[in-house]
Design a protein around this ligand. Structure first.
Ligand code: E4P
Length: 223
C-alpha cells in the first residue's frame, strides 16, 4: 500500500519525507488556503522534495476551463497529477487529459458508480472519501470494499486512493481490503509508529541495560 501525505504544509511534507516511506502528496483548495501561500510556488516547493505523484486540484467546474487550468499546473513538474471533481464535467476533463497522457486524480468520490466511470475515462487515481461518509453516519469503508471488487472484476488499472482518513484504524482496514494508496494527514502518519507498549518496553530494556552497566562499573547507556 502506497502512502501519500494529505497536506499543503511544507514542513509536514519534509518531516514525512524524512521518514523514508512517503510515496506522494495530495493537496486540495482548503488545505492550500490554510497555508495562505501562492499555489503554484507551493507546488514547486513540494515537487522539489517529493518525486512521487503530487496532486494539484483545479477550481474550475466546466470541462474547457478545467483543461485550461490544468495546463500551467502540468508545467510545474513531471510528477504533478491533476485533481478533478467527480462530476460530469470532471469526467469529461478526465477523459480529455488522460487521452493526452496526463495523470488525473478524480476526487470527491462518494459512490461506486462514480468510480466505475472515472476508471473507464482513464483516471490514474480515484479518491473515495472515507471520513466524510463516516461523518454522515454511513460506512466509508464499505465504499473501499465495493471499489476494490469492481476494479478487480474488470481489471481496471485506476488506483484506489483512500482519502479523508481520520485515524489509524482506517489505515488498517484499507490495508486489509487492499486499497492501492492512502493519503493521510500528518498527525495520523505520526500515530502509525506509536504504541504505548513500545515506549514502555523500550524504557524497561534501557533501564535493565543501565543496571547491567552499573553492576559492571561502566557508564550507563546514552551517556
Ligand atoms: C484528499 O485528497 C482530500 O484532500 C482529503 O483526504 C480530504 O479529507 P478531509 O475530509 O479530512 O477534508
Amino acid at each position: 500500500m502506497q502512502l501519500y501525505i494529505d497536506t499543503a504544509n511544507i514542513d509536514e511534507i519534509r518531516q514525512a519525507h524524512d521518514m523514508g516511506v512517503l510515496d506522494g502528496v495530495t493537496t486540495n483548495p482548503s488545505l492550500v488556503s490554510k497555508e495562505g501561500v501562492d499555489f503554484h510556488d507551493r507546488l514547486q516547493e513540494i515537487c522539489d522534495v517529493v518525486k512521487g505523484p503530487v496532486s494539484a486540484e483545479v477550481v474550475s467546474t466546466e470541462h474547457d476551463a478545467m483543461v485550461e487550468e490544468a495546463e500551467p499546473l502540468i508545467q510545474i513538474a513531471d510528477n504533478i497529477v491533476i485533481k478533478l471533481p467527480s462530476t460530469v464535467d470532471g469526467l469529461k476533463a478526465c477523459k480529455t487529459l488522460s487521452d493526452r497522457g496526463v495523470k488525473v486524480n478524480m476526487t470527491l468520490c462518494f459512490q461506486p458508480l462514480q468510480a466505475l466511470l472515472v476508471a473507464k475515462a482513464g483516471a490514474f487515481l480515484v479518491s473515495p472519501f472515507i471520513g466524510r461518509i463516516d461523518d454522515i453516519g454511513s460506512d466509508g469503508m464499505e465504499l473501499i470494499q465495493q471499489l476494490r471488487q469492481i476494479y478487480d472484476n474488470y481489471g481496471f488499472e485506476t488506483k484506489i486512493l483512500a482519502a479523508s482518513i481520520r485515524h489509524p484504524l482506517h489505515l488498517v482496514q484499507c490495508a486489509m481490503i487492499g486499497a492501492d494508496v492512502v493519503t493521510v494527514p500528518f498527525k495520523v502518519i505520526q500515530q502509525m509508529m506509536q504504541h504505548p507498549l513500545t515506549d514502555k518496553g523500550l524504557a524497561a530494556f534501557l533501564a535493565d541495560w543501565d543496571k547491567l552497566q552499573k553492576a559492571k562499573g561502566k557508564q550507563p547507556a546514552g551517556v
